[in-house]
Design a protein. Structure first.
Length: 143
């Protein structure tokens, strides 16, 4: 004879998750419906998010380049498309801001305290210099 009774069962391990009690009360059709609604709402939200970002206008910014001590400051900087850049002469001598490749209109003769502005509507790199003092050079990167 065996020492174990014939009706003895081995203990079974049950794996329960947090969702098990909730899922017991749902049938397959209800669960499929909720998954379909969640997927549809995520898809529609993603499309609206992309439309909103695309329709936001880019604000033009204003940046100043100081002409002082026979140099441009800053020498190189980056601006967004549509930005207005203003050169202001703080030197006691006149200067003329000129594009290296005629990429933008050159300034008039800028005497002490005078300014010149240009709006950069096209992305690219714009190199410039003073046509009176050619060693004075600068660069604007438009993104």
């Amino acid at each position: 004879m065996s020492t174990l009774p014939s009706h003895y069962r081995k203990p079974t391990t049950r794996c329960m998750t947090v969702l098990t009690p909730f899922l017991r009360h749902l049938n397959t059709g209800t669960l499929a419906f909720f998954l379909l609604v969640a997927l549809a709402s995520l898809t529609s939200m993603r499309g609206k998010e992309a439309e909103t970002k695309a329709s936001i206008p880019v604000k033009a910014s204003r940046t100043e380049v100081v002409i002082d001590n026979f140099s441009f400051s800053p020498k190189t900087f980056t601006v967004p498309t549509g930005a207005a850049v203003t050169w202001t002469n703080h030197d006691n001598v006149p200067h003329v801001v000129t594009s290296a490749d005629d990429q933008f209109e050159k300034s008039p003769l800028l005497k002490a305290g005078q300014s010149f502005s240009n709006i950069f509507d096209t992305a690219g790199t714009y190199s410039y210099f003073c046509s009176i003092h050619p060693p004075m050079r600068g660069k604007i990167i438009v993104e």
